[in-house]
Design a binder for this molecule. Structure first.
Ligand code: AMP
Length: 420
């Protein structure tokens, strides 16, 4: 095959028709289940102001320092959104969603952009679905968020997952822990990786997230944050665990789980799948009680998660889970001659009006080629029309699955195919 002249950008992929059917199936499932959880969908623009993302996620995070696609036009700085929590919070503040009353229980599905090194399960344009509850500090909200996340994977058929859970406390307990962590790392500062040395002053918690070999011994011996939690944080964390136990949602506590963004407080969690290989995180989230205020709103507690759609697809593939059904069409009208074609094109809308999917040959092919095409299109029935059929007003309806034929008027055909 000839080399194409134009290709997609690195790490960006086309989702082709056969794949789109799976996406639609998953998206529909997520929407239906979101309804059951009383969530409302929110859709925000693909581009945001650079300042929002820098401010929201934190200057020193990997995403902001290395991975955002940004550009300017005139005076304005744009970034392609790398995640949706900060944009949703921006929208909440900008549109005064608090005035709708109660807490806002939102979900989203859409593309995100990060300039990461592409590999299996890691793309530069990828898709997330997620949930955000803005306006509640109640552990019930944390647990509903986790429950929705896990519920989706269960519905799809993925049950072999591990929920990792931690609390990173409120700002005070975090400060105390940061000092303890720095005191622990300081004697070995020179042995830490370059990235971790950079994070040492401003963002020491992220050192716990390091994948660098040389950091591991110091991470393994580090103090754990849960021992520095204040009374309120501890009480909140205990409630979350209690409710998870009540719901029989198993979890593993991981005191070194800190997550990538600066805005997290208290609860932090990740859902891991052993079926994913190196990129084993299906989803992650946590509480972000400081973010609304950070980007200019009233102090407002919030909690949410984001899940990778591509990784969900990969997990399904690995587990042999079929998503949705094969493409098919109810009726393929096979026509012989001009008169029949003219009749055929007029009957397509009639069939469609009755709720049937219907198509015909667009390429002026022979009857044999049309029958072959009907098979390729996975037609349930063919309706065969020539001049004799037109004269008699009776057409051959062929059941393609059973290889059976009957001769019927168009009305009878419709009656047969639309029972009830
Ligand atoms: P994060 O927003 O980084 O917490 O990521 C949440 C989830 O999004 C991860 O657990 C992955 O499933 C997915 N994800 C994050 N980055 C990528 C990427 N570059 N490509 C594909 N999926 C991703």
């Amino acid at each position: 095959m000839a080399q194409p002249k134009y290709t997609t950008h690195l790490g960006m992929v086309d989702i082709l028709p056969d794949e789109v059917r799976k996406w639609q199936y998953l998206e529909n499932l997520i929407r239906e289940e979101a309804e059951k959880f009383n969530l409302e969908e929110i859709r925000t623009p693909i581009m945001e102001q650079t300042e929002l993302i820098v401010r929201g996620l934190g200057q020193l995070t990997d995403i902001v320092s290395k991975e955002i696609f940004s550009f300017s036009r005139g005076e304005d700085n744009y970034v392609l959104r790398p995640e949706l929590t900060a944009p949703v919070v921006r929208s909440y503040v900008e549109n005064h969603l608090d005035q709708r009353g109660g807490s806002q229980k939102l979900y989203y599905i859409g593309p995100m952009f990060r300039a990461e090194r592409p590999q299996k399960g890691r793309q530069r344009q990828f898709h997330q679905f997620g949930m955000e509850v803005i306006g509640s500090s109640d552990p019930v909200a944390d647990v509903e968020v986790i429950a929705f996340m896990i519920h989706i994977y269960k519905k799809v058929g993925i049950t072999n997952t591990t929920l990792k859970l931690n609390s990173i406390g409120d700002p005070e307990s975090r400060e105390k822990y940061k000092e303890a962590l720095k005191a622990h790392l300081k004697p070995n500062f020179d042995k830490l990786s370059e990235v971790s040395q950079k994070r040492f002053e401003n963002n020491p918690l992220r050192i716990l997230d390091s994948k660098e070999e040389e950091d591991q011994p110091f991470i393994e011996s580090a103090p754990v944050i849960t021992e520095y939690l204040g009374e309120d944080s501890l009480a909140h964390y205990n409630k979350v665990k209690e409710y998870l136990n009540d719901l029989e949602i198993p979890f593993e506590e991981d005191p070194y789980l800190v997550r990538g963004m600066d805005y997290y407080t208290q609860t932090a969690f990740e859902l891991i799948s052993p079926d994913l290989g190196a990129q084993d995180a299906l989803a992650g989230g946590g509480r972000y009680d400081l973010l609304v205020e950070e980007i200019g709103g009233q102090p407002t507690p919030a909690v949410g998660f984001a899940a990778g759609m591509e990784r969900l697809m990969i997990a399904c593939e690995e587990l042999g889970i079929t998503l949705g059904t094969e493409k098919e069409v109810d009726v393929y009208v096979v026509t012989l001659g001009d008169e029949a074609r003219k009749w055929g094109i007029k009957q397509l809308p009639v069939l469609r009006d009755k709720g049937l999917s219907a198509t015909m040959d667009y390429m002026g092919r022979s009857m044999k080629a049309q029958m072959k095409d009907a098979n390729r299109e996975n037609a349930r029935y063919t309706l065969i029309v020539g001049s004799n059929e037109l004269q008699e007003g009776k057409f051959t309806l062929r059941n393609m699955r059973e290889s059976e034929e009957v001769s019927l008027t168009l009305e009878e055909v419709i009656q047969k195919l639309t029972p009830g």
